[in-house]
Design a protein around this ligand. Structure first.
Ligand code: SAM
Length: 339
């Protein structure tokens, strides 16, 4: 059970100048000074970090001790049953390190459950905001490769977790992730489909207590390292099509959730057009939906590690990478269907 944490090897990737120029123009206008510091983090690959999400279904003997010895600490405050916290403890355990060290990924072995999943720790914010309770019926509309589906299962045992992914190759990847982390005794709680998420709402109206829309978006971290200029230009064109798809996915989610149920919309871009503007447009056009603020205790408990930026208009929360708080980008907004 010895883990060798390694400082990252020399990064090979090159920044795509076309995408950077585009980001400079857009994000200076939308984020001002905060873009300057986010830019420094995004351009320094050596500062990129990974959180270690533990798999509660696996054998964790010695793992926590190894991580602690390597200098890892808990992302979330650990609530003990004897404490007088007013909020229920979150069983999810994610370890982070103050330095950009990385432990190796574990390989897939049939019949064996992986102990941890590496992810950008800010990816947990949408899952924590969804706040799934035991027995709830949950839809993860855009689920591959499955990081957030797994994280949901670390927070509670839903009555049903429907994981959907439209892309065939990514759907297969999702299946493999679930097989590597979820014990056979719990697989009956999972349903995995590869449908266009835009059709699920009308197929199953009001069927779910909670729906996560972790939308396809212009993932800022990976787009910045697009391999060549031509592809960079193509992606910038595709970027203009994304808000329509995102709105349609969010409307489908709102149809799929029961009255009183909650939908969380998230992206890993800082782009206003794919974040606040999508949520605002849906709130304006979809009857019987209200915006829910993220719970303040959740924001407070993560503020030591995440930088929450001010967003305009103020719908949702945006985590932006800054020196010393390099997690994100991650945008999260919570909506409730009233009727
Ligand atoms: N939630 C995933 C996780 O945490 O591992 C990441 C999801 S990724 C940001 C968005 C996913 O949406 C991609 O895998 C993409 O193929 C999928 N997608 C794109 N269009 C879709 C659609 N119309 N319906 C369902 N999924 C879609």
């Amino acid at each position: 059970n010895t883990l060798d944490a390694q400082c990252k090897s020399k990064p090979q990737k090159q920044v795509c100048k076309t995408v950077l120029k585009h980001f400079d123009a857009q994000y200076s206008e939308e984020l001002g000074e905060q873009w300057r510091s986010a830019r420094v983090v995004l351009l320094n690959l050596l500062s990129w970090q990974y959180g270690v999400l533990l798999n509660r279904f696996s054998d964790l003997t010695n793992l926590k001790q190894c991580l602690t010895e390597l200098g890892y600490t808990h992302l979330l405050p650990q609530t003990h049953s004897e404490s007088h916290s007013q909020t229920a403890p979150i069983p999810l355990q994610c370890f982070i390190h103050r330095d950009p060290v990385r432990i190796p990924t574990q390989s897939h072995h049939p019949g064996w459950l992986k102990q941890y999943y590496l992810l950008n720790a800010a990816s947990l914010l949408p899952v924590l905001s969804l706040n799934v309770k035991e027995g709830e019926h949950v839809l993860d509309l855009c689920a591959a490769p499955g990081g957030k589906s797994l994280a949901i299962l670390q927070t509670a045992t839903p009555g049903l977790l429907h994981c959907n992914e439209v892309d065939q190759h990514r759907h297969d990847w999702l299946l493999k992730t679930l097989e590597s982390y979820v014990p056979p005794t719990l697989r009956h709680l999972l349903s995995v489909t590869h449908l266009d998420g835009r059709s699920i709402g009308s197929m199953q109206p009001g069927a779910y207590d909670k729906v996560l829309v972790d939308a396809p978006c212009s993932n800022d971290r990976s787009w910045l390292y697009t391999p060549d200029t031509h592809q960079g230009e193509m992606w910038l064109k595709e970027r203009t099509q994304l808000p329509l798809l995102q709105k349609e996915l969010l409307c489908s989610a709102l149809t799929a959730v029961r009255p009183g149920g909650v939908v969380v919309y998230s992206t890993c871009t800082m782009s206003r057009a794919e974040n606040q503007s999508v949520v605002e447009a849906v709130l304006a056009s979809y009857q019987g939906v209200e915006l829910l603020e993220l719970e303040q205790h959740l924001i407070d408990s993560l503020s030591d590690h995440f930088c929450f930026a001010h967003v305009h208009p103020s719908v949702g929360q945006l985590v932006i990478p800054q020196k010393g708080k390099t997690w994100g980008p991650m945008y999260v907004s919570r909506l409730r269907r009233i009727y």
